[in-house]
Design a protein around this ligand. Structure first.
Ligand code: ADP
Ligand code: MG
Length: 233
């Protein structure tokens, strides 16, 4: 399978005003293949969210290179980077970040609004409905987030992340705020969508179950990635 995401020598140093520099990532080399699933585990504060943000072009490395489908993200201006993020990358966070005044359908359609195209609207609506059906919410299309459970809201967020058919789905502790049963459902759903949508999945997680469901596991510690022992994610 071709390489979708490639990070080489990626460093990220933060320098908060009036404080010493902190090197959070000290030289990350990572390749993620099309359709692959990867778990990133590691202690709190080890830089997992920082790493995911760099993969998704939400942040730029201090040095090193991030390539997505061959494009060097550093060569893209902010507008091109935003377009690439919108089309190629889906994001799911620990909190769903749904718009409270919009229905489930409207929330799923939000990423399609970046490039308004009247001709594409029927197709986008069909896609949004199909995704909500696939995450088990076909009967809640017009529901507002406040009337959904935590697990249901997170499933709407997953549907939203896939509406533009991205090649890469980045999930930052997607089950972190869910009860055990909802977390288990979301894990099964992510595994199923990774396969059926042929979308590569990189998931940061503290959940042993979710990590175990991925093709491989990597541990981030002291700014570096290494293969993780399955016994202790
Ligand atoms: N924008 C920022 N400015 C300064 N420090 C930051 C910033 N973002 C993250 N950090 C620091 O980087 C370290 C790693 O943070 P983070 O990536 O959120 O870790 P994790 O997701 O593994 O818990 C922490 O020490 C955090 O305080
Ligand atoms: Mg984090």
């Amino acid at each position: 399978m071709p390489t979708l995401l490639e990070m080489t020598g990626v460093r990220r140093v933060f320098h908060p005003r009036g404080e010493p520099e902190v090197e959070v990532l000290g030289g990350i080399d990572l390749a993620v293949q099309d359709g692959e699933s990867v778990a990133i585990v590691g202690p709190s504060g080890s830089g997992k969210s920082t790493l995911l943000n760099l993969m998704g072009g939400l942040d730029r490395p201090t040095s090193g290179c991030v390539r997505l489908a061959g494009d060097d993200l550093a060569r893209l201006g902010d507008a091109d980077l935003a377009r690439l993020r919108n089309r190629q990358i889906g994001f799911v966070f620990q909190l769903h970040h749904l718009l409270p005044q919009c229905t489930a359908m409207e929330n799923v359609l939000v990423p399609t609004l970046a490039a308004p195209d009247r001709g594409a609207r029927p197709r986008q609506h069909a896609r949004a409905r199909e995704l909500l059906e696939r995450v088990g919410l076909g009967h809640r299309l017009d529901a507002f987030p406040a009337t959904l459970s935590g697990g249901e809201r997170q499933r709407v967020a997953v549907a939203r992340s896939l509406v533009n058919r991205p090649r890469l789905l980045l999930a930052d502790e997607p089950t972190g705020a869910l009860d055990v049963e909802s977390a288990r459902e979301l894990t099964a759903l992510l595994v199923e969508l990774n396969r059926s949508e042929a979308v590569a999945l990189v998931v940061v997680t503290h959940s042993r179950e979710l990590a175990a469901a991925m093709d491989r596991r990597l541990r981030l510690e002291s700014g570096l990635l290494s293969p993780a022992d399955e016994a202790q994610p």
